[in-house]
Design a protein around this ligand. Sequence first.
Ligand code: ZN
Length: 255
Amino acid sequence: MGGVASVREERRPGVLPVYVHPGWAAHFPWLVQGTTARGEAGTAFDLRLFGDTPSGEVIDRWLRLRHELGVPRAVHARQVHGTDILVHGAGPTGLLVSERFDGHATTSPGVLLSVSVADCVPIFLVAPDPRVIVLLHGGWRGVAASILERGVALLHHLSGAPAGALWLHLGPAICGQCYEVGPEVFDALRLPVPSAPKPLDLRAALADRALGLGIPPDRISISGFCTRCGDSPFFSHRAGCRERQVGFLAVLPGA
Ligand SMILES: [Zn+2]
């Protein structure tokens, strides 16, 4: 993974717990990128749509998020650890929730793509010229089934940009020390198979795949945050959290 930078997200000014890639924020002023976080104790900023959290509370948080980010149209889907990616156009304001997609793409400004995560990897892909964005939910099953490769192919199809012109950020997710998995997971990912359960660095595996696809190392970054260890402001499924944060990506309307 030579040359791939570790980037620690920074808290975005504002009321809501939102963390952004500082380099991307400076380099792409027309982009809205980030990951929500757990928020203050007792008032967790839970955005989980498919659980036992009262839906009125959750929908209200989504409304506040769209308002604060300045993107009134958001799209989301019930995720199934698959590789299907939904392409969105411009449309009405509000929150559109589809079924059975683990990725979203758009060529339209003003569409807030979102994926739900709490240890899995939010995978942010950007083609700057023309502006096309793809956001993927990367758990080991989706990565093994080539969701990254499908996302990059879709981005190329929509933008015409070669892999060398793309940018990739692998957001806050469980780290290579905290994520112990069985040999079958290494096998599915076509990595060297250990004889016993062993920690897996899924983001390193994704970065290797991205390099193999031709994305330049200086355009790939990995979040310095682990959702489970350290001073993580994020929810972690393996740490017992039932809540979920979202990774989000949009081209600012009118930018
Ligand atoms: Zn960790």
